[in-house]
Design a protein around this ligand. Structure first.
Ligand code: IPM
Ligand code: MN
Length: 354
């Protein structure tokens, strides 16, 4: 099969972790006789430096022409403490999500048996956790009207949702639930927010189309608590953009390391696959970043963008083997054991695919 993949390495540790995923994907392609065409394109601070824009039109054209986008990370400390910066790397990410119509962000959270004690949460609480947070990605407060009033002394951001936006996200949630344990949780703040009441009402109206799915409606503050108390009680959770942003960072704690969690974003055009960990600028260039989240994102890409499940399973198996054998970066190494470099982990994974 021909695999046309757009490669957006981005900022910080993005390029390093992407390099390892490329090694793994190439090894899989050789083994299964696929032909990979990589097309690299600029994004984030790297794109601002080169062309003054974090998601240039050329990059968008590359993404539109590809079958899948493999993405590293966006963000640079130079912009974080400068609230007056008019061009920011994150704008590139938001523009990319919007222009590619990536309205659904799939963020799985699961535990790895060999890493369960890495989590700050007690083993008995997290064992068996396997949940998916389905985050709406192109609406809500991220894209609503915002601005300043009263000579800059008042600021506002608005959270707006249409019924159609809720329906298309919820539909994916119901379908995922049907393929899993048939449990769906709608996370909102319907006791306060009108937009949440629209979510709840819309999801409630869809229930009759999926009579087998058991739907619960829970407030986001309560979910934030229960997610770390009894994560294994959840399966598929659907929620709006900002709640999903916050809950997915929280959920990554369950797995013991943010460096392990992959994600996919799907919608109207090319799907995108990325680690959830961000650009981690403190580690950039040090060859210490954990590449596994990006490698596991590549596994999601094989399965979801190309329908190649066997290839995806092989990648996951090799990642599990690296965890079992301790071929891991310093963030997840067992105390007293040798920590491997980013590049060494990538080489080991690729060699073990062959
Ligand atoms: C994420 C990130 C982004 C978000 C930032 C970098 C804009 O935190 O993908 O979760 O808030 O969506
Ligand atoms: Mn986030």
């Amino acid at each position: 099969m021909k695999l046309n993949i757009a490669l957006l390495a981005g900022d910080g540790i993005g390029p390093e972790v992407i390099d390892q995923a490329v090694k793994v994907v190439n090894a899989v392609a050789i083994k299964f006789k696929h032909e990979v065409n990589w097309t690299s394109a600029l994004t984030g601070a790297a794109a601002i430096d080169a062309v003054g824009e974090p998601y240039p039109d050329e990059t968008h054209a590359v993404c539109m022409a590809a079958d899948a986008v493999l993405f590293g990370a966006i963000g640079h400390p130079r912009y974080d403490n400068d609230p007056k910066a008019t061009v920011r790397p994150e704008q590139g990410l938001l523009k990319m999500r919007q222009k590619l119509g990536l309205f659904a962000n799939v963020r799985p959270t699961f535990t790895f048996p060999s890493l369960i004690d890495n989590s700050p949460l007690k083993r008995e609480r997290i064992e068996g956790t396997d949940l998916i947070i389905l985050r709406e990605l192109t609406g809500g407060i991220y894209f609503g009207e915002r601005g300043r009033k009263d000579d800059g002394n008042t600021a506002f951001d608005t959270c707006t949702y249409t019924r159609v936006e809720v329906q298309r996200l919820a539909k994916l949630g119901f379908e995922m639930a049907m393929n899993r344990s048939k449990k769906l949780c709608c996370v909102d703040k319907a006791n306060v927010l009108e937009s949440s009441r629209l979510w709840r009402e819309t999801v409630q109206a869809m229930e009759k189309e999926y009579p087998e799915v058991k739907v619960s409606y829970e407030f986001v503050d309560a979910v934030a608590m229960r997610l770390v108390q009894w994560p294994s009680s959840y399966d598929v959770l659907i929620t709006e953009n900002l709640f999903g942003d916050i809950l997915t960072d929280e959920a990554s704690v369950i797995s013991g390391s943010m460096g392990l969690m992959p994600s996919s974003s799907i919608g109207l055009h090319t799907s995108l696959f990325e680690p959830i960990h961000g650009s981690y600028p403190q580690a950039a260039g040090l060859d210490i970043a954990n590449p596994l989240a990006t490698v596991l994102s590549a596994a999601m890409m094989f399965e979801d963008a190309f329908g190649l499940k066997e290839e995806a399973e092989l990648i996951r198996a090799v990642v599990n083997k690296s965890l079992d054998e301790g071929i891991v970066t310093e963030d997840i190494v067992v105390k007293g054991k040798k920590a491997y470099k980013t590049t060494e982990v990538g080489d080991w994974l690729a060699a073990n695919i062959a």
